[in-house]
Ligand binder design. Structure first.
Ligand SMILES: C[S@@+](CC[C@H](N)C(=O)[O-])C[C@H]1O[C@@H](n2cnc3c(N)ncnc32)[C@H](O)[C@@H]1O
Ligand code: SF4
Length: 370
């Protein structure tokens, strides 16, 4: 039985944060209802044969999907339920921004079956929120978190970012402590990445902003690992920690190379053999659907070698490791001497030690098949 997920990308935000490379548009909320019709249309037109799969997760990502009116969310869910067999779905996540998800809306989402909320907290330091051009303040973080609990969410993720210019070790450790005291079921802690095409990248190129050096970043990461582990969270992926049984199973689908459907601009999916990418641009996405076409811009089979390298790259990022019996017999994973002490084989899986997580990307590159 192949388990599978569904991802829906909601491409609207109130403002575009300087560091963010995810596809979203600001100041175009007037297009939301047009987008919403197109999304419904895209789901109804899906041509993939999903009968061999068992869907168990749905993820509303963005962008800022917490801007969706409950009635719109309900229509999207109804369309999905009509189109696919979703009887086994028991994790439905939605990303919410602090201050952009009022209590009544959260309550309505919960009633519609959304049972996991991912809150984009980023930082609890006012000047760092300002640097990141976030439009929420610290009070709104607590309000949204408490509102989510009151609305009945028993599975909450907090997204936080380290390695922000100006973020001292003291600020980061204080933030971690406060987040842990909120007792979320899941914490995603990302190192700030300077992505091409972002305002942050321009600022760095113009020497107006300096990103902390690698040693400092590594120290922040190691302290994060130590602290979250002592607080009862298991690190199940490079940037993700969860209380027992609260891992994000949608994410696990991606990392285990399970199939997943994807809807919305810039979304990309995998049918078990082929990967496909939707048009990234909202106008193009709308044009495709409004002229009766699917918005798929590229569609390509995953070669055996690519699949093997995906299993290595994604597998190493997780605490489950690389499932060795999924590696084709004609490929051999060679472990360079310098990485040997960070790797272990257990129950047919090649895994990183906790200390090895920090080198996961470099190690994966060295293990991949040429
Ligand atoms: C694409 S956002 C969508 C959720 C929501 N709009 C928000 O801002 O919280 C998902 C998460 O990705 C992380 N993220 C986005 N860009 C990042 C970057 N350049 N470096 C590190 N983390 C980033 C943030 O923590 C964010 O919460
Ligand atoms: S980080 Fe979130 S709120 Fe900011 S632009 Fe990206 S998707 Fe939108």
């Amino acid at each position: 039985m192949t388990r599978a997920g569904i991802y829906l990308h909601f491409p609207f935000c109130k403002v575009k944060c300087i560091y963010c490379d995810f596809y979203s548009v600001a100041d175009r909320e007037y297009e939301m209802s047009r987008f919403f019709q197109a999304l419904i249309n895209e789901i109804e037109r899906c041509e993939l044969d999903t009968s061999p799969w068992v869907f168990d997760t749905i993820f509303f990502g963005g962008g800022t999907p917490s801007l969706l009116e409950p009635v719109q969310l309900e229509m999207i869910l109804n369309t999905l339920y009509k189109k696919f067999d979703l009887t086994e779905v028991d994790e439905i996540s939605l990303e919410a921004n602090p201050g952009e998800a009022p209590f009544e809306r959260l309550q309505a989402y919960r009633k519609l079956g959304i049972n996991r909320l991912s809150i984009g907290i980023q930082s609890l330091e006012p000047k760092l929120l300002e640097f990141l051009t976030r439009i929420h303040n610290v009070e709104q973080v607590f309000k949204t978190f408490n509102d989510a609990r009151r609305a009945g969410f028993e599975n909450i993720n907090c997204d936080i970012i380290f390695n922000i210019p100006g973020q001292t070790m003291h600020i980061w450790q204080r933030d971690l402590k406060i987040i842990v005291e909120l007792e979320p079921e899941h914490i995603s802690a990302y190192s700030l990445t300077v992505e091409q095409g972002t305002v942050l990248n321009q600022l760095v190129q113009q020497n107006k902003v300096a990103i902390p050096n690698d040693d400092y970043s590594a120290e922040l990461y190691t302290r994060t690992q130590e602290y979250l582990s002592s607080a009862g969270y298991t690190q199940y992926e490079i940037s993700n920690w969860a209380k027992p049984g609260k891992e994000c199973r949608q994410n696990l689908h991606y990392w285990q190379i399970d199939p997943y459907l994807a809807f919305g601009p810039s979304a990309h999916g995998f049918d078990g053999k082929n990967r496909y990418n939707n048009a990234r641009n909202l106008d193009q996405y709308l044009q495709f659907l409004e002229s009766g076409k699917l918005p798929i811009e590229s569609h390509y089979p995953v070669s055996e070698k690519e699949m093997t390298n995906d299993l290595i790259g994604f597998g190493l990022r997780t605490n489950k490791g690389i499932q060795l019996d999924r590696i084709q017999k004609n490929y051999v994973i060679n472990i360079p001497e310098k990485w040997a002490s960070y790797l272990k084989t257990e129950n047919g899986r090649l895994k990183l030690s906790e200390e090895g997580f920090i080198f996961a990307d470099a190690i994966a590159v060295d293990l991949m098949i040429d």
